[in-house]
Design a protein around this ligand. Structure first.
Ligand code: C2E
Ligand code: CA
Ligand code: CA
Length: 646
């Protein structure tokens, strides 16, 4: 108190009180009421002191208030955030200078126009902003909201707005204070992160997670339709899932490298994005590799979906030009419809995938899901798991079936046939079962590697012992389509020391159908390295004579189907005879498969067939048994007993 009183302001105000009051006291005491005594002086004295102190107190309060205002301004003006104070009516009382850098507007713009903030809120956020303003004006609790503002130059920025009411000592709301922080950079980073989690970085199409969420939402929306089917009609609430796999993509990847493969995927995605989505009003996601999933609600009728697949193929029709290469690609689609074919995203995608597999295996451009496919898919997954384990534990082994020259009875070759040998020595699923599964599931490469490695080692060993026979290796369509297959086979056999001139590759017609030009190139490469080529299962496929002239086959293998009834069925006899003549005219060696009886052997021998293969001579046998067979056959040959069953 004394300190306060000692302040210049108090001394000043008391002094001025004296200056104003004492002359009046003098006039009162001396002129008007002469000599009124001590009391006449004491009252004005006390009044001066009292009024001086009161005046000083008011002056001091005012000074302090001004100082506080200055301090507040000094701090708030210094802030990099846009700080403001407004009345409930929206009149701005303070706006920090940082508003200029954040919004592009001056504090004066806010002072001059009440509720100026309302006019710069981004249109999509207006609703949220207005409800926030009302909340604050209605004495609501402090709030934190995020919204966008449009800067004076049109740029849109994100602000975090922290807001609370200001109350007088009696608790009445007298204003609203706020801090606005520019969070645009953070929002961008968040958006990028979110984008990364939901979009494929290579093609920028939605990814699996997005697809699953999207389908989940559709299912949640549409499930209500099914309660009201009568109102919305038969197809209301349905949607179709198209699993799209690019044809020949693997070939592009293998032949031209991954960077061209990636560029191709980007171009394909670009075409899908720009045309397909507009036309089909659909969502298309990259599922992985060269697989895309399209979800459409437009129409789920078969005709409409067929049209959709057609348009997808038309989109891909024009060749892609990438780094000077002209690349052509097609697509195969499998279709599943919600809720008919599944009620979860996983089931729908899995079923569309199964339908796609079916379409591919039948050479079709599309297929609709059918429930048998689900069973097939389950079996496939089960078999795939078992096959993987079998490969790891070396349970896939080569067996050998002798090929016998019919005229002499001499063993001239052996066909390598895959066998699944269980750990207890018994036989697992037959190759007729596991080879197609390995092809569908992409395990054929691993199966082929393990067989070539083991058979190559066996063959090299026999060749080193002077065994002069030809070994035939079966190569399936998928294997042959693999661009690296030929190089792998050459490299692997050469590394093991196998004489390639004693190895024959057995191909079926279906292997050659895919891409005639490329197949011819591969065959020529294999032949140039010494391999010979056999056309397997002749008579069961297209049996196109055109193919026989087109490809330089060394051997024609007549399918077992023409041997079974060759004795009793005159037509089969006639066909087998014609085939043998035709092959000879084209300078090919003829092998008859599936000879089970001596009569069959005799008839075929009489028809001029060169070589026979079948249970009459030997079943497919393990390498040790083949070694014995070779020894016995050589011994028999020296005793000249042709066609002897072993
Ligand atoms: P394929 O190439 O036509 O093989 C001949 C099939 O006929 C073999 O069946 C063989 O065991 C069987 N066979 C041979 N002689 C007779 C006979 O006198 N009577 C009867 N009933 N059958 C006979 P397998 O070993 O079950 O092979 C079936 C098919 O699996 C093969 O047909 C071939 O297409 C495929 N395969 C087998 N091993 C391989 C392989 O290593 N790679 C590939 N890609 N496919 C293979
Ligand atoms: Ca064969
Ligand atoms: Ca065959």
């Amino acid at each position: 108190m004394f300190k306060k009183l000692a302040r210049v302001s108090y001394v000043k105000t008391v002094f001025w009180a004296f200056v104003f009051i004492l002359p009046f006291a003098y006039i009162q005491n001396s002129v008007i009421q002469s000599d009124s005594g001590l009391v006449g002086w004491l009252i004005p004295l006390f009044a001066s002191v009292f009024l001086g102190v009161a005046w000083g107190w008011i002056y001091e309060r005012n000074e302090q208030h001004q100082r506080e205002k200055l301090l507040f301004k000094a701090v708030a003006d210094f802030s990099l955030e846009f700080v403001s104070l407004r009345t409930v009516e929206g009149v701005y009382q303070y706006v920090s200078p940082a508003v200029l850098s954040i919004t592009g507007y001056q504090p004066e713009d806010f002072y001059q126009t009440p509720s100026f903030m309302d006019s710069i809120i981004y249109k999509d956020d207006c609703q949220a902003w207005l409800s926030h303003s009302h909340h604050m004006n209605d004495d609501g609790a402090p709030e934190k909201v995020e919204f966008r503002v449009v800067k004076r130059d049109g740029e849109v920025r994100w602000l975090e707005h922290l807001c609370g009411t200001v109350r007088d000592p009696s608790g009445h709301v007298i204003g609203v204070r706020s801090i606005n922080i520019d969070i645009t950079e953070r929002k961008l980073a968040e958006h990028q992160l979110e984008h990364l989690g939901l979009f494929d970085p290579l093609t920028d199409l939605p990814n699996r997670r997005y697809l699953s969420d999207y389908m989940q939402k559709l299912i949640a929306q549409n499930s209500t339709y099914f309660d009201e089917l009568t109102i919305h009609g038969e197809h209301a609430g349905e949607f179709a899932v198209l699993f799209i796999d690019l044809d020949r993509f693997k070939y592009v990847n293998d032949a031209y490298g991954h960077s061209i493969g990636d560029a191709l995927l980007q171009e394909v995605a670009g075409r899908f994005k720009h045309s397909c989505l507009e036309v089909e009003q659909a969502m298309i996601a990259r599922f992985g590799g060269d697989e895309f999933v399209l979800v459409t609600q437009q129409s789920t009728s078969s005709a409409a979906l067929q049209g959709c697949v057609l348009r997808i193929n038309q989109l891909l029709e024009a060749p892609f030009r990438i780094e000077g290469h002209r690349l052509s690609i097609g697509a195969t689609a499998g279709i599943a419809v919600y809720p008919r074919d599944g009620v979860t995203p996983e089931a729908l995608i899995q079923h569309a995938d199964a339908a796609m597999f079916k379409a591919k295996s039948q050479g079709l451009s599309m297929a609709f899901f059918a429930h048998e496919m689900a069973e097939h898919a389950t079996e496939m997954v089960d078999m795939q798991t078992r096959l993987r384990a079998a490969l790891k534990t070396d349970c896939i082994k080569p067996y050998y079936q002798p090929l016998i020259e019919l005229k002499s009875g001499q063993m001239v070759g052996a066909e390598v046939l895959a066998r699944w040998i269980l750990p207890d020595g018994s036989h697992g699923p037959s190759p007729g079962v596991f080879i197609p599964v390995s092809e569908e599931t992409g395990l054929i490469g691993a199966v082929s590697e393990t067989l070539m490695a083991q058979a190559g080692a066996d063959i090299a060993k026999w060749q080193a012992l002077g065994v002069d026979i030809k070994f035939s290796i079966n190569v399936s369509a998928r294997q042959f389509a693999d661009e690296v297959f030929c190089e792998r086979a050459i490299e692997q056999f050469e590394r093991l020391g196998v004489d390639l001139a004693r190895v024959q590759i057995e191909l079926t017609e279906s292997v050659l159908l895919n891409n005639v030009e490329r197949s011819l190139e591969k065959i020529e490469l294999l032949k140039s390295r010494g391999f010979s080529i056999a056309l397997d299962d002749f008579g069961t496929g297209f049996s196109s004579l055109h193919y026989l002239t087109l490809f330089p086959f060394d051997t024609l293998k007549i399918d077992r189907a023409f041997v079974i009834d060759i004795i009793d069925d005159k037509r089969q006899f006639a066909i087998a005879k014609a085939m043998i003549h035709l092959a000879h005219d084209l300078s090919m060696t003829v092998v008859a498969e599936g000879i089970e009886t001596d009569e069959q052997r005799q008839v075929l021998s009489d028809l001029g067939c060169d070589v026979g293969q079948g249970y009459w001579f030997s079943r497919p046998i393990c390498p040790e048994a083949l070694s014995e067979f070779i020894v016995i056959n050589q011994r028999d040959m020296t005793m000249t007993r042709p066609g002897k069953k072993v």
